[in-house]
Write a protein that binds this ligand. Structure first.
Ligand code: NAP
Length: 369
């Protein structure tokens, strides 16, 4: 297969660096375009990230000399690549992402700028790959030659994937989610060390609303031109910033709508959970998207965030809840599955969405939500 040319907006940031790591030896994709702010534009990538390359792996040799473009070089980008991963802040994304989509690129965004747009799907491939059809409609709805699809907030998949495995068998009525989110979730340099060390910050701007509403759009029904959000479950979310480098943990209590499942049934659903990424053999798909740990003291960010190359969600401590039905702890890597890894998985899914196997793999998704 001839490799597909891809670009990264915000290539120098925390998420951008994860994209470099995940794309540099990708079997389908080839990095041909990088862009960042005026601070980095015009430099080589090696110069632009000097002193702020924050991954344990060495900066790949073959990216060091790549030119970093300014974000306004839209025409240049449309000549150099087909898919564009966006890892820029929301305000910048609001202005620029539609311009790249209009110029014919398929933009896959990590920013929240268009998550509430009726014509833009929020995709978690295991849950709503069928919502990708909306991207084809954007030509008419938005006048774009290309398209835009987005990833949810970096915390959402940590609790939505395990809840989804349950919800498709026995619907959930409501859930309380308390998050403990890593400092890397705020980008680099992010939260000041004096604010985060020896501390918990019980507020992350805008995060609780996103964590409550995005799941309902992901679980929603695809209409001709938009997605009708699901009515259930009702989420109450508390978001906290904690002094952890990477990995967002959530404590979840939930109540069933009607039928109740027992502990063994829930654990079995988690163990056997699969989705289109597995059956379509997408290169970034974890073999096991959900991992249940039986030890009482798991999951832990340091021990579990890198499971399946940072693409799995790890759960533990499923036990009865005296207020709702069940409670558990869940964890996923915010810059891997929660950002660049999730973005690359979405791109792989998009590539396969034009193929016949995709229809077969996603046929029952809408029915199961
Ligand atoms: P970051 O470390 O602050 O990186 C921001 C990137 O955007 C840098 O490459 C920066 O370039 C570039 N940039 C800033 N202003 C720009 C402008 N005006 N024009 C063009 N490029 C500009 O942030 P991040 O954590 O990687 O987050 C990026 C996006 O992903 C945000 O929307 C964030 O909410 C979302 N996200 C983050 C995470 C996470 O865990 N960190 C997870 C999911 C989603 P310079 O280096 O040149 O300044």
């Amino acid at each position: 297969m001839k490799k597909i040319s891809v670009g990264i907006l915000g290539a120098t940031g925390v998420v951008g660096q994860q994209y470099i790591k995940r794309l540099i030896d990708h079997p389908w994709f080839d990095i041909t375009y990088l862009a960042a702010s005026v601070q980095s534009a015009g430099k080589s990538y090696g110069q632009a990230v000097e002193g702020r390359w924050r991954l344990p792996e060495a900066l790949p040799e073959n990216i060091k000399n790549c030119y970093v473009h300014s974000i306004n070089q839209v025409r240049e980008a449309s000549k150099l690549c087909t898919i564009l991963f966006s890892a820029i802040d929301t305000q910048t994304a609001k202005i620029w992402e539609p311009q790249f989509a209009e110029a014919g690129l398929i933009v896959i965004s990590n920013a929240s700028a268009y998550r509430n747009d009726d014509a833009v799907p929020i995709i978690i491939p295991e849950i709503n790959a069928d919502h990708l059809k909306l991207v084809q409609r954007q030509k008419e709805l938005k006048g774009w030659k290309g398209g835009l699809l987005v990833k949810p907030n970096c915390t959402v998949q940590s609790y939505l994937l395990p809840l989804h495995a349950i919800h498709q068998k026995a619907p959930i009525k409501r859930a309380i989610v308390t998050t403990m989110q890593a400092v890397s979730g705020a980008g680099y340099p992010g939260v000041a060390s004096l604010d985060c060390l020896d501390n918990i910050v019980p507020y992350i701007a805008g995060e609780e609303d996103k964590c409550a509403s995005e799941p309902l759009k992901i679980w929603g029904t695809l209409n001709a031109d938009s997605i009708e959000p699901a009515k259930y479950p009702i989420f109450s979310v508390h978001c906290n910033r904690v002094p952890i480098t990477d990995g967002h943990t959530s404590c979840v209590s939930f109540e069933f709508l009607d039928e109740k499942l027992d502990q063994d049934e829930i654990i079995e659903l988690w163990k056997t959970f699969e989705g289109p990424p597995q059956s379509l053999q997408l290169p970034s798909a974890p073999k096991k998207p959900l991992i249940y740990r039986i030890e009482n003291d798991r999951p832990q960010p340091r021990l579990d965030r890198d499971s399946e190359n940072g693409m799995a969600v790890t759960m533990g401590r499923l036990r009865p809840c005296p207020v709702f039905d069940w409670r558990f702890v869940t964890l996923s890597h915010n810059t891997a599955r929660g950002a660049a890894g999730g973005g690359v998985l979405n791109a792989e899914l998009f590539i396969r969405s034009s193929q016949e196997e995709f229809q077969e793999a996603t046929m029952n998704l809408a029915l199961s939500r």
